[in-house]
Design a protein around this ligand. Structure first.
Ligand code: MG
Length: 276
């Protein structure tokens, strides 16, 4: 692979990480990332996941295979930009929490009480590892459920409605939004998101005097496209590699959007290997 000045931004769920992922496939992904860091590229992770999750699932395994110096070429946005992680001069993790984006305690407690209700608590739980946003996750293996709802999606729809009302009643509609995904409900500051986190990555690159010639962003959800849009807005050449289901992503014809044959982490690996 030629020496280059490219940057790569990865979403985490469905892109670098999958439940029940084969270890060998994951290791191959890490090796592809390592190769690029060694070539001088910068890597960004842009995710709604908590710092604890990203650290355990991605950063610690990466730290094991990278020489310390290369860690400075990594920048991580957790909780959709509400938490920044980078490595300091000693190559220790430096974590910055954007507390101004925190979901206010009063409403957080009310939402937690909602989740605790019998009709909901057999389908979902509050992710306690989140520090700024609030995430309600699907409870895996919620079989033999005595709830009034037939499945998680039904329960999700119902609780989202109740949360929306709570947000409205607390005069927070201009500050907080709900983002319902396949396996979770995120209650987050309207300021946060994939574009917000991408701006932080761009800022980080500037502090390192790194101007990317080209950027590749990888996502499996339509909202991941915001990374690509934000880069273009900043006049940075970008390609978006979509590894989700193509029927979930209606796009304008654009040579900068790439669909690998395979999906999810296998699609990411397919692209990276072809690029070598
Ligand atoms: Mg994802």
């Amino acid at each position: 692979m030629k020496k280059n000045k490219d940057a790569y931004i990865f979403d985490v769920d469905g892109v670098l990480f999958e439940r029940n992922q084969e270890k060998i496939a994951f290791d191959e992904l890490l090796i592809e990332i390592k190769k690029r860091l060694e070539n001088g590229c910068f890597i960004g992770l842009n995710t709604g996941r908590s710092f604890t999750f990203v650290s355990e699932e991605i950063l610690i395994p990466l730290e094991k295979i990278l020489s310390k110096e290369l860690l400075k070429q990594i920048f991580v946005s957790c909780e959709k930009g509400a938490i920044d992680v980078s490595y300091n001069l000693n190559c220790d993790k430096k974590i910055k929490l954007h507390k101004n984006l925190t979901i206010p305690r009063e409403i957080k407690e009310k939402i937690e009480n909602l989740v605790e209700m019998k009709k909901y608590n057999s389908w979902m739980f509050v992710d306690q590892s989140k520090k700024i946003m609030l995430t309600i996750e699907e409870l895996p293996n919620a079989l033999e459920n005595k709830s009034i709802f037939k499945n998680f999606q039904e329960a999700q729809l119902s609780i989202a409605k109740e949360i929306k009302q709570l947000i409205f009643d607390n005069n927070l509609s201009n500050k907080i939004r709900i983002d319902s995904t396949r396996i979770a409900i995120d209650i987050e500051s309207k300021k946060s998101g994939k574009a917000f986190a991408t701006r932080k990555f761009i800022k980080y690159l500037k502090t390192k005097n790194f101007t990317p010639l080209k950027t590749f962003c990888f996502g499996d959800s339509p909202s991941d496209y915001e990374m690509h849009q934000e880069l273009e807005k900043n006049n940075i050449e970008s390609s978006f590699i979509f590894v989700g289901s193509p029927k979930n992503f209606i796009f304008e014809k654009n040579k900068n959007i790439i669909f690998p044959k395979k999906q999810l982490t296998a699609g990411v690996l397919e692209f990276l290997k072809k690029e070598n």
